[in-house]
Ligand binder design. Sequence first.
Ligand code: TYM
Length: 357
Amino acid sequence: MSEQKKEIVLSGIRPTGNLHLGNYFGALRKFVAAQDDYDCNFFVADLHALTTNPDPAQLHTNAKNILAEYLAAGLDPEKSTIFMQSDIPELSEMYLLLNMHVGIGELMRTASFKDKARKALGIGTPADDSDEAFEKEIIGAATNKRVNAGLLTYPTLMAVDILIQKATLVPVGKDQLQHLELTRRFARRFNSFYGVDLLPEPKDFDFGGAPVKVPGLDGSGKMGKSEGNCIYLIDDPKVLRKKVMRAVTDEGPKEPNSPMSEPIANLFSLLELTSTPEVVAQFRDAYADCSIRYGDLKKQIAEDILKVTTPIRERVNDILADDQYIASVLRRGAERARERASKTLAEVREVMGIRPF
Ligand code: TYM
């Protein structure tokens, strides 16, 4: 494939802590796999992290850690454009411009906004989770806490990340699909309002598979930082084994071919992500004929996870110690990312009527 024909892949991860298995299997693994065949662009989404008002020193440390973990996992600056979101000022301008075509209603109905807004106000999900009830709750909330506007317009910024690079393939986990749907809608709306064919509509990118949701080990839901149930890529083997061995299980199948409870199905999801098909089949058969021992299942999962994480953990500290290397990767990445971003921004300004006199 010639350089120009390669499809543009783009994705990012927020620096809200170290990378966990959800980030790895939902996103990073796919970033690494895409590098040889696509025009790849991967960034640390530090502007998005600002929506939850992090401590500044912590944000800075986390941003460096995520970058080092990207590199340790195999992202290669010779093959991919690797950058820090905040190094691209063109994003902020296009974010302002695109917001003129985004409705506050559609932003308020986004699942991630509802979730994060309730967290910011310190209120749980009520029985009535309708959009109308939510709007009343947020606008009329009797609390002295606030939901910042950056949180509301989070999907606009994410759309701009993608559209400014004209990326068409976006490797993400299942929880980001709604944001991608909004990105497509915003691109269509912009193109049709101005009668242009400027912004391409992106798709999620999973190498033919389906987007994954990596479960937590606490029996239900997804693995996530705010859920406090993460296995981190840099977890020490002892800590990692302990976390897996503590995973919630049930009393075991009593009859052949019983359906699986959620905690057990979750363990099998992890096994499928980390083990060979033969090993998965062996444990499935053992579950079906009631001979399974959950201790063995967990040991297998822990050792297979370690096969994935150990090489990353072993490389990360060397990278973190090399500030010059990190700075040079980011300088080069920003230069390349800004080249295309400034071109798209100039086109967008022109189309919207912001032109020189
Ligand atoms: P973030 O930082 O929440 O998550 C980064 C990536 O990890 C995936 N992920 C998971 N996948 C499967 N199972 C899980 N338990 C799990 N937890 C996290 C997420 O789906 C995501 O792919 N808005 C994005 C960052 C972003 C972005 C973008 C992504 C900003 N701009 C442009 C793509 C393109 C986010 O908050 O991801």
